[in-house]
Design a protein around this ligand. Structure first.
Ligand code: HEC
Length: 122
């Protein structure tokens, strides 16, 4: 009988902990510019070239990211991910990013200046 009660207490405690852990995680995503630097490899092909224009899905000027506001960048990536902001290639890119990736990347680009040309070596 005692054993049975003990097991229930443990399970209850574990589910409380699990609940806490997920709340903390959601509120606790902080962008890390250093981590972001390692995550922009797939962005550089388009965003790393000054005045670059994409050929697909249409000819389009690719915006510079370096030096933009961190919150703005995060919001833009979440909007692409959710489909609130429409651009096919950016939707595909953003869908592959976790919330932490987005925070890190935004912190990284925000820490640059517009003259660093989105180049990770600068
Ligand atoms: C295939 C080319 C391509 C790749 C790869 C790409 N982007 Fe983009 N990105 C674009 C284009 C084109 C736009 C402009 C679309 C629009 O106006 O909505 C854009 C827009 C953005 C914007 C909004 C900028 C603004 O001024 O509003 C952000 C933020 C962004 N990209 C981040 C990224 C990140 C981070 C990566 C890598 C994880 C990435 N992009 C990879 C082509 C690309």
């Amino acid at each position: 009988m005692n054993k049975f009660v003990g097991k229930h207490v443990v399970i209850a405690a574990m589910s409380v902990l699990a609940g806490l852990a997920s709340t903390v995680q959601a509120a606790d995503i902080i962008g890390n510019a250093k981590a972001g630097q390692g995550k922009v490899a797939m962005c550089i092909g388009c965003h790393g070239i000054p005045d670059y224009r994409t050929a697909y899905p249409e000819v389009y000027r690719v915006p510079m990211l370096g030096g933009q506001n961190q919150t703005y960048l995060e919001n833009a990536l979440h909007a692409y991910k959710k489909g609130d902001r429409h651009f096919e290639t950016m939707h595909a890119v953003a869908t592959s990013l976790s919330d932490q990736d987005i925070a890190d990347i935004a912190a990284y680009y925000a820490s640059q200046t517009s003259s660093s040309k989105n180049n990770p070596d600068k």
